[in-house]
Design a protein. Structure first.
Length: 164
C-alpha cells in the first residue's frame, strides 16, 4: 500500500527492518548462496564492460590519497612478512635452493599442472598456504606457473584438485 507521505513509509520500513533484522539477513544469505555463480558471472561481465571507468577511478583515488595508498601497501606487505616470519621453520639454505632452482634451471615443471614453465613465468608457491597453517620450509614450497599460482591463491591443494 503506497503512502502519500514518504516519511511515514520510510519510518514503517525502517521499523520493520529493525524488528526482523535476523530473518532478513538469513534471506539475503540464502539468496546469495543459491545465486553465487550467476552473480559472479554478472559481476565479471560488468567489470569487463566498465574496465576503463574502474581504472580511472582507481588512478584518481591513488592520486588524491598518496599517503593512504602507501600505508595500505605497507600494511599488506607487513602482514605477509609477519605471517612468513612466524612460519619460518625450515632450513634457510634449502629454501634458497628452491628459489635458485626456480630462477636458474632450464627445465622446471609446474607442480600444479605438470607443464614446463618458461623462465620469467615462474612463482615459488607455498603448497599449504601460510594463511592455512603451512610452514615456510623447502618441503612446503613448489614451483608453479605464475597463472597457476595466481589462480590457486590461498586454497589448499585439495580444493584446486591437486593430489600430492
Amino acid at each position: 500500500m503506497p503512502y502519500k507521505d514518504k516519511e511515514v513509509g520510510r519510518a514503517r520500513k525502517h521499523r520493520y527492518y529493525l524488528e526482523n533484522r535476523e530473518a532478513i539477513a538469513a534471506q539475503h544469505a540464502a539468496y546469495y548462496s543459491r545465486n553465487q555463480e550467476a552473480r559472479r558471472t554478472q559481476q565479471n561481465s560488468y567489470a569487463s564492460f566498465h574496465r576503463e571507468e574502474a581504472c580511472a577511478r582507481t588512478k584518481a583515488w591513488n592520486k588524491a590519497n598518496p599517503e593512504r595508498r602507501r600505508a595500505n601497501h605497507r600494511q599488506e606487505k607487513g602482514i605477509r612478512r609477519a605471517r612468513k616470519n612466524a612460519a619460518m621453520i625450515g632450513d634457510k639454505a634449502a629454501i634458497k635452493a628452491i628459489y635458485r632452482q626456480a630462477r636458474e634451471n632450464k627445465k622446471v615443471r609446474c607442480y600444479l599442472c605438470c607443464g614446463l614453465i618458461p623462465l620469467g613465468e615462474r612463482h615459488v608457491d607455498h603448497i599449504v598456504p601460510l594463511s592455512k597453517g603451512g610452514k615456510h620450509k623447502a618441503s612446503n614450497l613448489g614451483i608453479a606457473h605464475s597463472s597457476c599460482n595466481l589462480s590457486k591463491g590461498a586454497k589448499m591443494p585439495q580444493e584446486v584438485g591437486v593430489l600430492l
